[in-house]
Design a protein around this ligand. Structure first.
Ligand code: FMN
Length: 285
């Protein structure tokens, strides 16, 4: 166990990503419950959590991700899925029941059609209607919020209890393949992987962008250009010191260099995410 477990009240301040795990079990049920207990946009709970226990599936996801984290076998792997499909099915079922009940009430009467209540007609129409409120940008974002907060609740619980983990955004390197592998229906999208386990590593904490640049009071941080430049230079030195002195994989690097590398990196494999979302039934233009 890392020293994270010794001060549970401060784990949020001591976060660091863990990428190597001991072959020790973790309580998966409680981790899943922590994810499910997270706040949810409009309480719609627009996410689904998939625990990967099949070694073949693990390897297939590892191939999609390309991440070294999945080249080892320890830890529990979860995929967090944006899911408005469950609520669409719940809505259709409830509306169909409502419409059927309304029709049954008026059946047999000479004035059946005239007397069909406004609610019944509305329910009838909606039970076959496109579910725009569950497929638009707002619904997709709500699913992203819900899935992400659930993942962070799981990781936060894990870190407070002597475990650690690593997010895997790299599962999106081939989103179509992942959708296929996980048999995801329309109106779902796999947004984030997360591996959790007992740490077999105690990495240093990565320094963050200074609060003068990343925290504002009543508005965007107002920093004059000279102070802004000084703060970035100082942060570059801090990051360089972190990379040159950390326990493993030391290197000469700065935050500015990292940002420029990102700009120069090939992101084309992610360019079709919008098209994939539309294939999945989300009306996001
Ligand atoms: C959305 C998201 C996706 C991430 N995807 C990956 C990933 O695919 N592979 C990986 O090794 N780390 C991944 N990470 C972990 C980040 O690299 C890590 O959080 C960052 O370098 C800061 O380090 P720290 O978490 O130790 O402070 C991801 C983090 C986030 C928030």
């Amino acid at each position: 166990m890392t020293d994270m477990s010794r001060q549970p009240g401060e784990t949020a301040l001591r976060h660091r990503t863990i990428r190597r795990f001991k072959p020790e079990p973790v309580d998966v049920g409680t981790l899943e419950n922590a994810a499910r207990a997270a706040a949810s946009s409009e309480y719609l709970q627009s996410f689904t959590l998939i625990h990967v226990t099949d070694p073949d599936l693990w390897h297939a996801i590892a191939a999609v991700s390309g991440s070294a984290v999945l080249q080892q076998e320890n830890g529990e792997l979860f995929v967090f899925v944006v899911d408005t499909d469950r609520d669409i099915r719940i809505a259709r079922r409830a509306l169909a029941k409502q419409a059927a009940a309304g029709k049954a009430k008026t059946a047999g009467s000479a004035d059946a059609i005239r007397n069909v209540s406004r609610e019944t007609m509305l329910a009838d129409a909606l039970s076959n209607a496109p579910m725009h409120a569950f497929t638009n940008w707002n619904a997709f974002l709500a699913g992203v919020f819900d899935a992400t907060l659930a993942a962070q609740n799981m990781l936060g619980y894990a870190e407070a209890n002597g475990m650690g983990g690593c997010y895997l955004g790299s599962i999106l390197n081939d989103a179509r393949r992942l959708i296929d592998l996980l048999r995801l229906p329309k109106h779902t999208f796999p947004i984030l992987g997360l591996i959790i386990g007992v740490p077999d590593d105690e990495p240093g904490q990565k320094p963050r962008v200074p609060s003068s640049l990343s925290v504002g009071e009543n508005g965007y941080p107002a920093v004059d250009e000279e102070k802004w430049n000084e703060a970035v230079d100082a942060y570059d030195r801090t990051v360089a010191a972190y990379y040159s002195t950390r326990g493993s994989n030391t290197r000469a690097d700065t935050f500015s260099a990292l940002v420029v590398r990102h700009l120069a990196s090939d992101q084309h494999h992610r360019d079709d995410i919008g098209a994939i979302l539309r294939e999945q039934g989300f009306e996001v233009e």
